[in-house]
Design a protein around this ligand. Structure first.
Ligand code: GDP
Ligand code: GDP
Length: 436
């Protein structure tokens, strides 16, 4: 699982600017999906071959009266779950009392802290950093986040402070087969489902501890296929303890999504679809993961209630139409076996190799059926397509003026590829390369 870096600092020092630099949002590649909630607080990035996760904590004000606000609580949880804290200060504003209070609080967490002085553009870095030594957090690093300056050097210097990660090949050996993460809000039935699955299956090995403190990877076999189940934070053992909202960890959820090949997303049919579901699904979509939707607690619902849930799904989560849905009861085991066929199909689609000639032919048939629009009197041209990646499949499309291609047309193309390639359960990313 990816190591976690938490960005901390008082408001306005440049945390979100640095966050964007470290995560380099890939939004441009994804057609906008109605109904999807995106989180700007959590992101992933990569330097060299080293992947990491970044959390923008939103900030501690450093004022004691606000320390117990919800935001401060979430900030503390993020710090506790982080492998490293980047403490940002403003080189132009200089050292202030709030910085000193935050520094003091941070020391209590016993985490590696890197002091970062931002906004050092157009000023003498030596002069502005001098006073920050007083914080007693070691040598400050200087950056100008808004100009992307100093970011590479910063990452190079924090790299030795972060845990080692394993490469893909080693991952495959340690956690064989199709890796599955179970995602859903508290009480959706994750631990019940995991217990049900593991109770039924022959285990290839007993619990194998993951790289991260609290997550466990459990390999098992079913109908000749090997899977590794990712159990975050002892979901399984905690089965009888009621999970509180505070205990729920967004960081661990994202780490599990990231480490998985396929996500089984649990919805609670009794509670209906809530904002938190859309939020969690946004994280799955941002990671580009293959997806199976399990609507749980289907037992004992009246036909009326069932209809309502189905309508709700279409209305509130229309972007999910690419994923297979299964109506299950984790408690009684109904429908649980069917999940695995869907997982296999999603996995196969997500990792499929597609030839250039096939993709180009499909692009041509899409364009013939429905031409791209004119821009400034000239028609947008789409010439050929090839595959740019797997899990999720990336289709690179070459043409002219592709920057002007409307979102609706991108969705049309995505659907065209999906339908003709019969890709199920995986998002598809389109990338455009323009000749002009
Ligand atoms: P946050 O509240 O800590 O997330 O701060 P933001 O990232 O929103 O930045 C606050 C303000 O500082 C914005 O107006 C940014 O444009 C500005 N800012 C961020 N980084 C730099 C920098 O490197 N140099 C300068 N001059 N301004 C910056
Ligand atoms: P988690 O927080 O997502 O791990 O959810 P749990 O597995 O702890 O389940 C929360 C509650 O829902 C528990 O009381 C379970 O017994 C109950 N539950 C889980 N699955 C089902 C189901 O399929 N049907 C019914 N009726 N209750 C369920």
């Amino acid at each position: 699982m990816k190591p976690v870096i938490a960005l901390v600092g008082r408001p306005n020092v440049g945390k979100s600017t640095l966050f964007n630099q470290l995560t380099r949002s890939r939004d441009a590649l994804v057609a906008d999906l109605p109904g999807l909630t995106r989180d700007r607080q959590y992101g992933t990035g990569r330097v060299g071959g080293y992947g990491y996760m970044v959390v923008d904590t939103g900030g501690l004000s450093g004022e004691s009266d606000t320390l117990d606000t919800l935001m401060a609580q979430q900030t503390r949880q993020a710090i506790r779950e982080a492998d490293l804290v980047m403490f940002l200060v403003d080189g132009r504003a200089g050292l202030c009392g709030a910085d000193e209070m935050i520094a003091q609080e941070l020391r209590g967490f016993n985490k590696p802290i890197v002091l970062v002085v931002n906004k050092t553009d157009g000023v003498d870095p030596q002069a502005v950093t001098a006073e920050f030594h007083r914080l007693g957090l070691g040598e400050p690093r200087t950056i100008a986040a808004a100009h992307g300056r100093g970011i590479q050097g910063l990452m190079a210097s924090v790299r030795p402070l972060l845990p080692e990660t394993v490469d893909e090949e080693e991952e495959g050996e340690r956690w064989p087969g199709i890796r599955i993460a179970f995602v859903g809000r508290p009480n959706a039935g994750k631990s019940t489902l995991i217990n049900r699955i593991l109770g039924e299956e022959r285990m290839v090995a007993t619990d194998i501890p993951g790289t991260t403190r609290d997550s466990v990877f459990v390999p098992f076999e079913r109908d000749g296929q090997v899977y590794t189940l990712i159990d975050t934070a002892g979901v399984r053992r905690r089965s009888r303890v009621k999970e509180t909202v505070e205990k729920f960890s967004v960081v661990k959820t994202i780490q599990a999504i990231d480490a998985a090949h396929v996500v089984i997303f649990l919805l609670d049919a009794r509670e209906g679809i809530a904002e938190q579901d859309a939020h969690l699904l946004g994280m799955v979509m941002d990671a580009g993961r293959a997806l199976v939707v399990a609507i749980n607690k289907w037992d004992g619902l009246t036909p009326d209630q069932r209809d309502r849930v189905k309508t709700d799904l279409l209305l509130k989560l229309p972007f999910l139409d690419f994923a297979e849905r299964r109506f299950i009861s984790a408690l009684h085991g109904t429908g649980v076996g069917d999940l695995f066929g869907a997982v296999q199909r999603a996995h196969e689609s997500a990792f499929r190799d597609m030839g250039t000639s096939v993709l180009t032919r499909l692009l041509e048939s899409a364009v013939v059926a429905h031409q791209p629009p004119l821009v400034r009197g000239r028609r947008i041209k789409l010439r050929y397509a090839h595959q740019g990646g797997r899990n999720p499949p990336v289709i690179v499309i070459h043409g002219n003026q592709t920057d002007a291609l409307p979102g609706a047309y991108k969705r049309y193309l995505t659907n065209h590829f999906r339908e003709h390639l019969q890709l199920v359960g995986t998002p598809i990313r389109l990338e455009f390369k323009s000749g002009e």
